[in-house]
Design a protein around this ligand. Structure first.
Ligand SMILES: *Cc1c(COP(=O)(O)O)cnc(C)c1O
Length: 318
């Protein structure tokens, strides 16, 4: 069995012109540039998950999610690449998902479309079916909300935060492993800086997760769990649900404006994920310009999680 592909580290870019326009120092971590054709945070999380023993030995990789989710298509891609089967249990959202399903078919994945309340049962039946045929399976939690996924984010974030020392990090947050890993890294970097300087407080970057779907109560608990998986305390998680525009896959004028501004300055964004996080960043900058016009420019890291496929699908629908 071939080993899963290792992904290289994604670039960090300084967006000077856009930062000046907003009144901040803006850096962007380009996980949207992880290896094409399906880059984004699912590449990083799933590559880590597939590196685990149980996943390595599996002949069939099974998961659930939306038909158009980056999680499902990235798993289908990685399974195809390593010569394995991919079985997907997809939500029935009643939406036309032609292009997304055609891509899954091209990648050789098979799927069932069921109502969300039948997920657990359907996954279980699929797993048993393969086991009866003597095939080894590995089931991955939806969105790759797994310890390996969160730990991969901590590893990537720790060195970056220690070197860049941003005041604030903005990241689109869904099932929470991405934000949880980055939050655990920020905590470790803050603790190391305190130990080195003897200074307390003020040295830990604040990680702000912007909800793309869940309300704060539900979302924060999942991020906190992921932060603990990544060796953090899971305390003081900031999960802001004011920019979710009604929920997953929905958007509003504020989201659209953020997406438009990003593209105009050469930063590709989508309305499902990154546009919501960027809308929050714009709001933060506007508020600082109004309330503290003479304060030094805030050093902001925008952690770009991907979403180009979502952008393309959004254009088809509008
Ligand atoms: C899945 C996804 C997220 C959310 O990541 P979580 O780790 O589930 O919080 C953010 N952005 C993009 C583009 C995604 O596909």
């Amino acid at each position: 069995m071939s080993t899963p592909p290792r992904i290289p580290e994604s670039p960090l870019e300084h967006f000077r012109a856009l930062g000046t326009h907003l009144g901040c120092e803006l850096f962007v971590k380009r996980d949207d540039l992880l290896p094409f054709p399906l880059p984004g945070n699912k590449s990083r999380k799933l590559t880590a998950e597939l590196g685990l023993g149980a996943a390595r030995r599996a002949e069939v990789l099974i998961t659930n999610g939306a038909a158009g989710s980056n999680h499902c298509r990235t798993l289908a891609l990685l399974a195809a690449r390593s010569g394995r089967r991919c079985h997907l249990v997809l939500h029935d959202e009643g939406a036309p998902y032609g292009p997304a399903l055609r891509m899954l078919a091209a990648l050789g994945a098979c799927w069932e479309i069921v109502a969300p309340e039948l997920f657990a049962e359907t996954l279980h039946t699929a797993e048993e079916g393969y086991a009866e045929r003597g095939l080894r399976t590995h089931v991955i939690a939806g969105g790759c909300h797994t310890p390996a996924g969160a730990q991969a984010y901590r590893r990537s974030a720790e060195a970056l935060l220690a070197e860049l020392r941003p005041d604030t990090v903005f990241v689109a947050s869904g099932t929470g492993a991405t934000q949880g890993g980055i939050a655990a890294a920020a905590e470790a970097v803050g603790a190391a800086a305190e130990a080195a300087t003897g200074e307390r407080g003020g040295v830990r970057p604040q990680v702000i997760g912007i909800s793309v779907a869940r309300t704060a109560e539900r979302g924060r608990a999942a991020v906190s769990e992921a932060a603990r998986w990544a060796g953090g305390s899971g305390d003081s998680i900031v999960f802001d649900d004011r920019f979710r525009a009604g929920g997953y896959g929905m958007s509003d004028a504020r989201t659209e404006e953020a997406v438009g501004l990003g593209w105009f300055h050469g930063l590709p964004l989508d309305a499902t994920y990154t546009g919501k996080a960027f809308a929050a960043l714009l709001d933060r900058c506007a508020q600082r310009r109004a309330e503290q016009p003479d304060a030094p420019a805030e050093r902001i890291l925008f952690w770009h999680t991907g979403g180009l496929m979502n952008y393309l699908a959004e254009q088809e629908q509008s």
